[in-house]
Design a protein around this ligand. Structure first.
Ligand code: FES
Length: 126
């Protein structure tokens, strides 16, 4: 696939859940040193379930679409379910990504996973 699907274009032009959560339970940040793109995910957790997700992405169109769709996919999932989300799930949900943009889909799930790990770490140290 060498072009962007309609879903990618939709999430890129109209990204969901953009922003920050001031009292986030977990924050996950990740960057790709090669392209220089960066993403931060904020999560709110209740009873081991992700209640809310916001993100800020400084990156390419695919990275923005990926963050948007990952945020939608994560809301309502248990922490375990969200940890299982991978870049293939994300690409599928977006009806595919061009081959040279697959690395962008890694950023989204990695940022989410880091936010969850951050939450778990914070909880342990309480
Ligand atoms: Fe780097 Fe898309 S080009 S995340």
């Amino acid at each position: 696939m060498e072009y962007y699907s309609e879903k990618v274009m939709d999430h890129f032009s109209n990204p969901r859940n953009v922003g920050e959560i001031d009292d986030a339970d977990g924050i996950g940040e990740i960057g790709n040193p090669i392209c220089g793109d960066m993403m931060v995910f904020y999560i709110k957790v209740k009873n081991d379930r992700i209640e809310n997700v916001k993100f800020k992405t400084f990156g390419c169109g695919a990275a923005i679409a990926v963050s948007s769709v990952v945020s939608e996919m994560a809301i309502g999932k248990t922490l375990n379910e969200a940890m299982e989300l991978n870049n293939d799930d994300v690409a599928k949900e977006l009806d595919g990504l061009p081959k040279n943009k697959m690395h962008c889909s890694n950023l989204g799930t990695n940022a989410l996973h880091r936010a969850i790990e951050n939450y778990i770490m914070k909880k342990k140290s309480e």
